[in-house]
Design a protein. Structure first.
Length: 446
């Protein structure tokens, strides 16, 4: 405890890090405050049924991602998910659209243009989703009497504008946190929304086990131990790497490479899960589609089957498709974020090479093969963690709300974002010659 307090004191001594943390917490607080502001023209006293209908299922996940804003009919009801959907579309289009491929290769200027395209696409998605959300409130249990101004144009147009603006403002908060704060802003916004539901979910599980003699305190303790083991497994998976040995040949005075005199051996750390939690977020965003298609075509047998099977997030078909999408997106996102050819070119220019592999193109092919091999078990383990909530519901009869934190989207986002944020704080501490959050010991003197 003393060591932890000392690290917190060291964090507070670094002015830049302190200001970034304060800014991050302030913007997250603004986001949480906005999630409680109900749309004008809706009576908050009549939203009880909406809250009840969004406790579980796909709507429960969506409500968790928005930090309860969806069930509150809040100005942030659409959350940050339209931005996530726009990012997925832009990245998928980058495979087939030459213009986007060109932008991806243009460095910082190309990245800024892609971000601008993503922002405009986010607004377009919001313009479609906002009226759909407002019209669906009645089907989700909100009575007509809750709409003080009625459902006419006087209510719909201002509400659509507010919902679109809410998502754009949330997107701005996320980008501001990324640029001026600490951690990935978009991921942090999702994380705080998930954390907001954690205490209530645990209390419901505790009451279920103790008040009805459904296992009692002993089973609650077993569940907590299992939960911590799952967290440990998620941490190990996210941080696990495969070390590729690299040797550097010495350069002569003229700049040529002298392969006869080898330099120091170093290693390239290739992550078992280089894509982090993004495959989970991408897959989860697409898992809303089958249920929506089923409801749209429920006049025939196929539509009815899809509506039933893909509304149950703990069902067999839902989780099979979810796991498949995670594996696919893991490979896809890894291919985008780990440029093995560029790594091979950089090694060649610096006089480095993998022992037994020719520099240049063959090294790129070798690294790509290694990434494919280590991504397979990483993607399978990621998929297993993602469907673990369904397993604990079926096998241990855990409450659905609490089960969502046994792996799945919620836990992996919490662990992944926490690790990323801690690593950034750790980098500031080490750069200023302090012990980091991941290392014990006394202050190091520069």
């Amino acid at each position: 405890m003393k060591k932890f307090l000392e690290i917190l004191s060291n964090i507070w001594k670094i002015d830049e890090l302190k200001s970034r943390i304060v800014l991050t917490l302030s913007l997250l607080l603004v986001y949480r405050f906005g999630a409680q502001i109900v749309l004008p023209g809706i009576d908050t006293a009549q939203l009880a049924q909406l809250n009840s209908n969004t406790d579980s299922g796909i709507l429960g996940i969506l409500n968790a991602f928005t930090g309860g804003a969806f069930a509150n009919a809040s100005v942030f009801a659409l959350g940050i998910m339209p931005y996530i959907s726009a990012s997925i579309v832009v990245q998928l289009m980058g495979i087939a659209v030459p213009y986007l491929q060109k932008l991806q290769k243009e460095g910082e200027s190309g990245r800024r243009t892609l971000n601008q395209i993503t922002r405009w696409l986010t607004i377009a998605i919001c313009i479609v989703q906002a009226p759909a959300y407002l019209y669906s409130l009645g089907a989700l249990g909100v009575p007509d009497s809750a709409f003080v101004l009625g459902k006419g144009i006087d209510f719909m147009i201002p509400s659509v504008i507010i919902l679109v603006t809410g998502t754009v403002f949330a997107m701005w908060l996320g980008e501001k946190i990324t640029d001026k704060g600490i951690g990935n802003g978009i991921s942090l916004l999702i994380m705080v929304g998930i954390i907001a539901n954690l205490p209530q979910a645990f209390v419901q599980e505790f009451i279920s086990r103790t008040a009805t003699s459904n296992g009692g305190l002993m089973l609650v303790l077993v569940e907590l131990i299992l939960w911590f083991l799952v967290i440990l497994g998620a941490i190990l998976m996210i941080m696990a790497t495969r070390q590729i040995p690299v040797q550097y040949a010495r350069r002569t005075a003229t700049g040529t490479v002298d392969n006869s005199a080898m330099g120091t051996r170093q290693y390239i750390p290739l992550k078992l899960n280089a894509s982090g939690v993004m495959p989970i977020i991408f897959a989860q965003a697409l898992m809303f589609a089958p249920g929506l298609l089923g409801r749209s075509f429920n006049q025939n047998a196929v539509g009815q089957w899809m509506e039933v099977q893909f509304q149950d997030i703990f069902g067999l078909w839902y989780n099979l498709l979810f796991a498949f999408l995670i594996i696919v997106f893991t490979y896809f996102y890894t291919a985008i974020t780990v440029p093995t050819n560029k790594m091979a070119d950089d090694l060649k220019r610096s006089g480095g090479f993998v022992p037994g592999v020719r520099p240049g193109e063959e090294t790129g092919e070798f690294l790509d093969k290694i990434m494919s091999l280590i991504t397979l078990p990483g993607s399978i383990f990621l998929a297993l963690l993602a469907i673990l909530p369904a397993l604990v519901v079926k096998l241990l009869d855990v409450q659905p709300g609490w089960a969502l934190f046994y792996g799945g989207t919620s836990l992996l986002i919490l662990v992944g974002v926490a690790i990323d944020t801690v690593q950034q704080v750790n980098a500031y501490l080490l750069n200023r010659h302090y012990d980091g959050l991941m290392k014990s010991g006394k202050n190091r003197k520069g």
